[in-house]
Design a protein around this ligand. Structure first.
Ligand SMILES: C[S@@+](CC[C@H](N)C(=O)[O-])C[C@H]1O[C@@H](n2cnc3c(N)ncnc32)[C@H](O)[C@@H]1O
Length: 266
């Protein structure tokens, strides 16, 4: 399956900041409670983006660990490196592409995490096999991604504003089905944990900021919505009108993130 997708540094950081500010719960705390991290662990964070999970692991293990972050985006890798240096964290970063063999030895890592990204792989069984290969026997794969009921409010508002069907998202359409099945096929045991996080927007502006950073033409996922030159501006204007009606009616917009955490053992 060809995936036309490119994450930009500013959109990713903008969405992370909005979760921090308007979310009722913290997903990194949940991730650390869910994973049984041990000092000395060797960890690979695949599709590390700006290094959010690498940094959480490092802090939680007080630096007594060996962490590598890998991503296909050189821009995000540079950002992750810059942030980890600013925080005095000794984390390695290197290129990693889901669609190519990973540049690591077999049986190398205790934990391989892959948060909000596995669904950008063009060949899921291949990528999962690579993840399985680089893990030590008994090592764990941890993935996160959207469950089908994720952020319904967001899609309802966009549907109401555009009268168009929502394009099939590579994440929510495949994560709990095709991707879970591929993990179950490759690993000996898989546990499923659910994390729900309501984001409460008291005004329209932060919701629009989140929407802009999700729909942004640069990310390419919503290409069918933006066929004409000024269609992004027009779509955002209609979304603003609908979002204003929702805030007037309900006093706020609540968008609940429903995330699946899959923990698989090799
Ligand atoms: C939504 S971001 C998540 C980043 C980070 N894990 C986080 O939660 O903040 C998705 C990430 O997947 C990366 N990505 C997309 N396609 C990829 C591929 N083929 N191989 C490796 N990484 C990829 C993007 O560059 C981006 O950093």
């Amino acid at each position: 399956m060809k995936i036309d997708y490119k994450e930009t540094t500013s959109d990713l950081i903008s969405r992370i900041n909005i979760h921090d500010k308007f979310g009722g719960r913290n997903i990194d705390e949940w991730m650390l409670e869910t994973l049984d991290l041990k000092e000395g662990m060797k960890i690979l964070d695949a599709a590390c983006g700006s290094g959010k999970q690498c940094s959480s692991f490092y802090t939680s293990l007080k630096g007594n660990c060996d962490i590598t972050g890998g991503d296909v985006s050189l821009e995000l890798l540079a950002k992750a490196k810059q942030l980890s240096e600013e925080n005095g964290q000794n984390i390695k970063f290197q290129t990693l592409n889901f669609n190519e063999s990973f540049q690591f030895a077999t049986n190398e890592f205790d934990l391989l995490s892959c948060c909000f990204a596995i669904y950008y792989s063009e060949d899921i069984p291949f990528t999962i096999r690579e993840m399985h290969r680089v893990l030590k026997p008994g090592g764990k794969l941890f993935t996160t991604g959207p469950m089908p009921e994720n952020k319904q409010t967001f899609y309802e508002i966009i549907k109401e504003a555009t009268n168009k069907p929502i394009p099939k998202m590579p994440g929510s359409s495949r994560y709990a089905s095709e991707i879970l099945l591929a993990i179950e096929n490759a690993f000996s045991k898989v546990e499923i944990k659910i994390f729900e996080n309501p984001l409460t927007f008291p005004t329209v502006e932060p919701f629009l900021e989140y929407t802009r950073a999700s729909l942004s033409e640069d990310r390419k996922l919503w290409g069918d919505f933006f066929t004409e030159k000024d269609s992004f501006v027009k779509v955002m204007r209609s979304i603003e009108d609908v979002a204003n009606n929702w805030v007037e009616r309900d006093g706020k917009i609540v968008m609940t993130k429903v995330v699946g955490g899959f923990i698989a053992s090799k």
